[in-house]
Each structure stands twice: as C-alpha cells, then as structure tokens.
Design a protein around this ligand. Structure first.
Ligand code: ZN
Ligand code: ZN
Length: 191
C-alpha cells in the first residue's frame, strides 16, 4: 500500500470517526449521518465554485444519497484522478523534473478545467518547487493563461487568485508590476 493509499484510508477513518458522533450532515439531503449508516466523503478536491462537482468537495454524504446523484460517477472519477495526479511521494516538479519531497517546497495548481478546448487545460495538476519558479522561462505565459481564465467568468472562488499571487508575484519583475497595478485598480474583484 502506497503512502497516498495509506493517507486516504486514514482520512476515511478520521471521517468515519467524525461521522460516528452523529453531527455530520449529509450535504445532499440535509439530514445527519448517524452511526451504522454507510457514508461517502471527499477531501476539498474542487476549487472552482462554478464546477458542478463543487457540491461534493469537502463533503460527507449518505452512500444512498451520493450514489443516487447523477454526478456521482464523475465525482468519484475526479477524486481518483486528483489523487493519482498528486501522489505525495512522487510529485514531480514541472521545471526541474525532480521529486518534490518537502511539502513546504510544493506549489500545485490542482484541477482547473475539464474542457480540453481551454488552453489552461494543459495546466491541470501542474506542480512545482517554489524555488524553481522564478527562473522558469514559461512562467509568464502560464501566468497570462491563468489570469485570462480567472477573468473569463468561468472561474469563481479564491483559489485561482491565491495561485496567481504565489506563482506570479514572486521575483518576476514584469508580472509583479502588472499584478500590483491591477491590484490597485481592481482590488475588490481580486478578493
Ligand atoms: Zn443524505
Ligand atoms: Zn523543481
């Protein structure tokens, strides 16, 4: 059993421990999940609030409510994909191609879009050593794509702005200046 499997099982056990208290409410039906009821739970695996799978992110559900939902299979597939793409022990930096073994060094984009026609689709699950970003030649291009997508109306929620700040606000002078200008002009829309 790999570490990611171990962590997932641990998470399920912790979730079950929480469920056993009978305080967790099923997001789909609004009723509590009580002891001995079969349950399904997910980590926060969807960041875009416009994504139809957002309802499952960081949620717990009666198994019957979950499997009765028309998007259940999609949610499970995305959850599996996100764990496969970000295995804690073998995360590979897109810049230096070395393993990112220190969590403090890790910066990941996670899932951005399912739409393969979006240019940002190629950036799904991109991951980096923080230290590798300032010298990366494609950084400006990536930042431009992320910014364009954030402003396209296809994204809602704070994650993309956080990523842009961390990814593009470092020592890249051009982007730093652009983001600061933007920040002054439209601070409200960034938050
Ligand atoms: Zn329910
Ligand atoms: Zn690296």
């Amino acid at each position: 059993m790999g570490l990611s499997d171990f962590l997932f099982e641990l998470m399920v056990k912790l979730l079950m421990a929480i469920l056993l208290r009978g305080k967790t409410v099923c997001t789909l039906c609004g009723k509590p999940i009580v002891e001995n009821q079969e349950a399904v739970g997910f980590p926060p695996f969807v960041s875009n609030e416009l994504d139809p799978l957002q309802i499952f992110s960081d949620g717990a559900f009666h198994a019957s409510c979950f499997w009765g939902h028309p998007l259940a299979m999609q949610a499970e597939a995305r959850d599996v994909e996100s764990r496969e793409k970000n295995p804690p022990l073998t995360r590979e930096c897109w810049v230096c191609r070395r393993t990112i073994d220190n969590p403090d060094e890790y910066l990941g984009l996670g899932h951005l879009t399912d739409d393969a026609r979006e240019s940002i689709h190629a950036l799904n699950y991109a991951q980096f050593h923080r230290a590798c970003l300032p010298g990366w030649t494609d950084r400006g291009k990536m930042c431009a794509l992320l910014e364009e997508f954030m402003n396209s109306g296809k994204w809602k929620g704070p994650k993309l702005a956080q990523i842009l700040t961390e990814l593009c606000n470092g020592s890249s002078g051009y982007w730093n200046a652009r983001l600061q200008q933007r920040d002054l002009r439209t601070r409200a829309s960034w938050i």
